[in-house]
Design a protein. Structure first.
Length: 149
C-alpha cells in the first residue's frame, strides 16, 4: 500500500500565506517617485517656456523649469511620507483617493499653466485648491488611522 500524504484544511491554510488585500504589489511610493521622473523629463523639452502671472499690481514671470522643480519637490515629499508609512497598514481606498486626486490636480495645473487662456481661471483654480486640500486631509486621516490601530 502506498503512503498517501493527508492534507487537512488547517495545514493547507498555514502552508500558503494569505495575501494581504490592503497592500498593493507595487509600493505606492514608487508611483510618486516615478511621477517625479516624468515631470523632470517633460521640463527638459520646454526649458524656455514662461508665463506671466498678474497679482494685484505686480507681474511675476514663472518659468516652466522652475515650476517642474517645485512640483517635483512636492511629489518627493509625498513619496517620502508614503515610504515612511510602508510598515503601517494604510487604508487602500484612502491611499488611492489621495494619490489619484493629488496627481490629477498637479498634472492638470502643470499642463495648463503655460497655455494661452482667455477666460477667467480663478474659479477653476479655487476648485483645484479646494480638492487638493481635501486630498491632503484624507492623507492625514489615513496616517492617523494607521498609527492609531
Amino acid at each position: 500500500m502506498k503512503n498517501k500524504k493527508s492534507f487537512n484544511r488547517k495545514e493547507q491554510k498555514e502552508a500558503i500565506p494569505l495575501e494581504d488585500k490592503n497592500q498593493t504589489t507595487i509600493p505606492i511610493y514608487s508611483y510618486w517617485f516615478f511621477s517625479i521622473m516624468v515631470i523632470i523629463a517633460s521640463s527638459m523639452f520646454v526649458k524656455h517656456a514662461k508665463t506671466d502671472i498678474q497679482y494685484n499690481d505686480a507681474s511675476y514671470a514663472l518659468y516652466f523649469h522652475h515650476l517642474s522643480i517645485a512640483i517635483s519637490i512636492m511629489l518627493l515629499i509625498f513619496g517620502f511620507i508614503y515610504w515612511s508609512q510602508r510598515n503601517n497598514k494604510l487604508t487602500k481606498w484612502m491611499t488611492n483617493f489621495h494619490s489619484v486626486l493629488t496627481l490629477v490636480i498637479i498634472g492638470t495645473f502643470y499642463m495648463t499653466c503655460f497655455q494661452e487662456i482667455t477666460w477667467n481661471t480663478t474659479p477653476i483654480l479655487m476648485l483645484g485648491v479646494g480638492l487638493f486640500a481635501i486630498a491632503q486631509i484624507i492623507l492625514a486621516l489615513n496616517i492617523w488611522k494607521a498609527n492609531k490601530g
